[in-house]
Design a protein around this ligand. Structure first.
Ligand SMILES: [Zn+2]
Length: 752
């Protein structure tokens, strides 16, 4: 779900991205032009960076991290030689080199031009980008207490470094001169957008400030970086430190694969009991769905939803208050009313009001559905003679009973058809049909990886055989790996050096490894997430932009492409060929497929409400005056005011809401998932209605050309119109979730 939270402070630098696939003569011609243009620009830039020494240190481990990627496939990070001891000196050397590059730009006696300023700036920071590839892996995939110490120490230094660039007056003066200069109108639309993005990156990050305000701005950023890191580490601490233990006689209702993993966890954690429920979503969620023991369910629920909220050293409440106050103070320096207004100006939604309007249009229908779901569950409780009202730790458990009764859908039965390996093949098939990509496994050892579980595939164009990039897959949970699923990358597509850079993209998840020789069976939700993250990877891989900054994501738009990919999981071609029973090899029976489709609107009250509650609280946090705010009280009062049902919590309670407090990637931006969902539902209807359905060649080409390949090279609202011929409507989303369509679906409810 998250790509750039870690590097959200890298306002001018995009480390993660995509690559190119160009088939038609027409785009080839454009491509040649782009390369020609790049050659001209490179001539103009000349030897700007020639006198700067390469980022190098007297520490051998650091030099490994700083070195250009080596080996086959245009080079890749050398994970097998990477050592944590090199990280700090490598970071320092890379930052120094980057600052020297910036100095070379600002010291240039030539007047500022697109080439010698904007493109030159795009070329800075390569060494730092490489070090960051290793940093990202140590941070998300292979975290250790040693790394976290380094991270805490380096986060403020990094922030200081970015402030030095963002607040470099000479640099901003040059950027401004290009932005306001005559050359601007001669540039291509893509180049103009690049100039605007770079200019805006400065202007909205404090470059216009002077004197004391400027110093305060930098100090705030530095402190925020510390607070974000501390917040994330506190959550991780609580996830690793707590577990609920239970014995064989308390294991009623739990599926065998869950118990096997819980047994391993108990042995690893050496607690009192045969089994352990660890404190992560992938452990909590199935436990609350299946465990018969109501008191244990309550214990697990309380453990999970108390993360970051235990008082004492690892409590996040005070951090949230300080974060909100500093964010507010910072945007006030820039003249904005509140953080959300500042944050949304370059988003597709553009204003907090637009985002709130969407959420508030859906909220009443979601809450009304919760009340219906609770009533249904209460009937079951009463019929069973249970003398209690449904509580939050009962919701998943009784909804599973409703699911079985109403849809006769047994999630364990569904799982028998969802083998991790087959799903991967299905994703490759979809990528082949839509993107014309071919995935070929690379023999272990050829491309270095960070853990033995990680495997690598080469991505090529199916027709031309052209090399597009590499795809790394890190599928399994392990200690030190953050929870959830995400996509990331080590190299993105651009043509800065006159050649197309090939892409290094990754997908990461936390599936529980099966016993040797057994297939890994996963839930329908997890299968959707698997496709989702692959959608992010395809978005990187399909990029055809010329400049790194144009690979950057627009937060309320960048989830759209990945969410749309989820829709291919339930297409006939995937079901018939890949969703096959792990023992019999039979495809999932039509009856079961129909049940899954019918069940798609199931539990939408819960799912939509728990999400929207988080999204609305996020937006409220970032639009109110945060002076003296008490997050615990604020959360309670906001939910009460919204009419939040008592029977379920926010999906992410404030003290564990890493999306918005571990960085600024999703702050005032959690609404973006639903914004993207509106686009997703609307675009999916376009495929459903196309002559060739979800594999319609013409529409697939439009999808790739208009919505994937351009990344951020075009305004998202405009890109969407080019794909759909109109703005997206909210109606398809309401239909998808089984909610009434506002105004009866007369097309008034559009978003743009
Ligand atoms: Zn995502």
């Amino acid at each position: 779900m998250r790509i750039e939270t870690l590097i959200s402070t890298l306002a001018l630098m995009t480390v993660l991205n995509g690559c190119a696939q160009k088939e038609t003569v027409e785009t080839k011609a454009e491509d040649d032009k782009a390369v020609e243009m790049t050659e001209q620009v490179n001539e103009d830039i000349g030897d700007l960076f020639a006198d700067i020494p390469r980022a190098k240190t007297d520490n051998a481990a650091a030099n490994v991290l700083l070195a250009p990627f080596s080996g086959p496939y245009d080079g890749a990070p050398q994970f097998d030689d990477a050592e944590l001891s090199g990280l700090k000196p490598a970071m320092k050397a890379a930052m120094e080199r980057n600052l020297a590059e910036v100095d070379a730009i600002t010291d240039n006696p030539e007047p500022p031009t697109f080439a010698n300023t904007i493109v030159a700036l795009e070329k800075t920071g390569e060494a730092l980008g490489r070090v960051y590839s290793y940093w990202g892996i140590w941070s998300s995939n292979m975290s250790t207490p040693e790394f976290r110490d380094i991270q805490e120490e380096m986060a403020p230094k990094l922030s200081e470094f970015f402030s030095k660039i963002n607040q470099n007056e000479k640099l901003f003066a040059r950027v401004k001169a290009v932005y306001e200069g005559e050359e601007m109108e001669r540039l291509s639309p893509e180049q103009q957008r690049l100039v605007w993005l770079v200019y805006d990156g400065f202007a909205s990050n404090g470059a216009t400030l002077k004197g004391e305000a400027k110093e305060r701005y930098a100090a705030i950023n530095k402190r925020l970086a510390e607070l974000h890191t501390k917040f994330a580490n506190n959550v991780l601490h609580d996830e690793e430190s707590y577990a609920v233990y239970f014995d064989e006689d308390e294991a009623g209702g739990l599926p065998s694969d869950f118990l096997a993993a819980a047994k391993d966890a108990a042995e690893r954690m050496e607690g009192e009991g045969d089994y352990a429920v660890t404190n992560t979503r992938s452990s909590m969620d199935p436990f609350l769905t299946f465990a018969d023991d109501r008191d244990l369910r309550r214990q697990v629920w309380e453990m999970y939803y108390s993360r970051g909220d235990h008082g004492g050293e690892y409590d996040n409440n005070a951090l949230i208050a300080e974060i909100l106050q500093l964010r507010d103070e910072r945007v006030k320096l820039l003249g904005y009313d509140n953080y959300a207004s500042w944050r949304l100006q370059n988003r597709m939604a553009k204003t907090p009001e637009n985002a709130l309007a969407l959420m508030e249009a859906v909220w009443p229908a979601a809450v009304a559905r919760v009340h219906e779901e609770v009533a249904e569950m209460q009937e079951i409780v009463d019929a069973e003679g249970g003398d209690f009202k449904i509580q939050p730790w009962d919701y998943r458990y009784y909804m599973e009973k409703v699911r079985k009764a109403k849809y006769d859908l047994d999630s364990d039965e569904v799982k028998q058809y969802l083998q991790l390996g087959k799903l991967r093949e299905a994703m490759f098939m979809v990528a082949g049909e839509l993107f014309n990509f071919k995935f070929t496994p690379i023999e272990d050892g050829v491309v270095p990886v960070w853990h033995e579980d990680v495997h690598v595939w080469e991505v090529t164009d199916r027709t031309s055989g052209k090399h597009i990039g590499l795809w790394y897959l890190d599928p399994f949970a392990r200690p030190g790996k953050r929870s959830g699923a995400w996509a990331s990358g080590f190299r993105s597509h651009d043509t800065l050096d006159g050649v197309e850079k090939t892409v290094l993209a990754t997908n990461n998840s936390n599936f529980v490894e099966a016993a040797p020789g057994e297939p890994v069976l996963i839930s329908w939700d997890d299968a959707e997430t698997y496709f989702h993250e692959f959608g992010h990877a395809l978005h990187y891989l399909s990029s055809n932009v010329d400049y790194p900054t144009l690979n950057s994501g627009v937060r309320d738009y960048t989830e759209f492409q990945s969410q749309l990919l989820e829709r291919w999981l339930s297409t006939d071609r995937v079901i018939d060929n890949y969703l096959v029973h792990h023992e019999t090899g039979e495809p999932m029976p039509e009856e079961l497929v129909n049940k899954i489709k019918a069940a798609a609107t199931f539990k939408q009250g819960f799912d939509t409400t728990e999400y929207l509650a988080s999204a609305l609280v996020d937006m409220r946090y970032h639009t109110v005056d945060p002076a003296g705010i008490d997050p615990d009280k604020f959360e309670r009062e906001t939910l009460a005011e919204l009419g939040m049902p008592d029977e379920l919590p926010m999906r992410h309670r404030s003290t564990q809401f890493g999306h918005i407090f571990s960085g600024e990637g999703y702050s005032a931006g959690y609404y973006g998932y639903m914004w993207a969902d509106v686009l997703t539902a609307d675009a999916a209807e376009a495929f459903a209605e196309a002559p060739g359905g979800f594999y319609d060649k013409e529409l697939a080409k439009k999808l790739v050309d208009k919505l994937f390949a351009p990344r951020n090279a075009i305004d998202p609202a405009e890109a969407y119109r080019k794909f759909r011929g109109r703005d997206a409507k909210i109606d398809a989303l309401m239909r998808d979730r089984g909610f009434p369509v506002p105004g009866g679906g007369d097309g008034e409810s559009t978003i743009e």
